[in-house]
Write a protein that binds this ligand. Structure first.
Ligand code: TMP
Length: 226
């Protein structure tokens, strides 16, 4: 159906995924700048968040005080934030022909709560489908990095920032983050058409160059293809 693969009618839906510290937010920003330089309107959103309700969910989800939060509770909160984001921001933008870049989307729930968190994948798939109305990104860039390196980057970036301790998810053990990395790679094998794996173990401009190479064929010929 038109729009179900994130390209209704001229819009383009792209997502970045990967373990913590892989550099998704930097890459999402670089891609936005590149597309804007080509004259495309871009909407950059992050998950969880991007709407007033979603930002409240984000506070709840990442608050390190809520150590008692169950994985099922996480699934519902991430999905609740997502449905608001899709309805309030992503779908309307795609319908206007905007390029939408999301820093995380449904794959994160499949991996963090499912493959790494141990909850039932089929249930999560159904909830994802319900929350998004079946909206799937046209392309997903999986920034791949060893869990240790990612966590080190997160800690370095936060060092010196007052009140920027680890959030609830970052506090989880290294084995969990290793499962996250493996989970994303497993997903990429299952969905090779959509998910492009890019090594994040290099500098930001090299990663961006790889991303851009893959975005070019998705743009109309008059959008910076030369
Ligand atoms: P961020 O650090 O990329 O902003 O994401 C916030 C954290 O939330 C990150 O550790 C991954 C986690 N997360 C999930 O566990 N499940 C999800 O569905 C999403 C979107 C994020």
């Amino acid at each position: 159906m038109h729009g179900q693969r994130g390209d209704a009618p001229e819009g383009l839906f792209l997502t970045f995924e990967g373990p913590d510290g892989a550099g998704k937010s930097t890459q999402a920003r670089l891609l936005r700048e590149r597309l804007q330089a080509c004259g495309r309107e871009v909407l950059l959103v992050r998950e969880p968040g991007g709407t007033p309700i979603g930002e409240k969910m984000r506070e709840l989800l990442l608050d390190p005080r809520y150590t008692e939060m169950t994985v099922v509770c996480e699934v519902f909160l991430y999905s609740a934030a997502r449905t608001q984001l899709v309805v309030e921001q992503i779908r309307p933008a795609l319908l206007r022909g905007v390029v939408v870049i999301s820093d995380r989307y449904s794959d994160s729930t499949l991996v963090y709560q499912g493959l790494a968190g141990g909850e039932d994948l089929e249930v999560i798939r159904k909830i994802n489908l319900w929350a998004t109305g079946g909206l799937v990104p046209r392309r997903t860039f999986l920034l791949d990095l060893e869990a240790e390196k990612g966590l080190l980057r997160v800690r370095r970036a936060k060092r010196g920032i007052r009140s920027a301790g680890e959030d609830r998810i970052e506090q989880k053990e290294l084995v969990f983050h290793r499962r996250v990395r493996r989970g994303f790679l497993e997903l990429a094998v299952r969905e090779q058409e959509r998910i492009c794996v890019i090594s994040a173990d290099t500098d930001a401009s090299s990663v961006h160059a790889r991303v851009w190479e893959m975005v070019i064929p998705l743009l109309p010929v008059d959008n910076c293809q030369l």
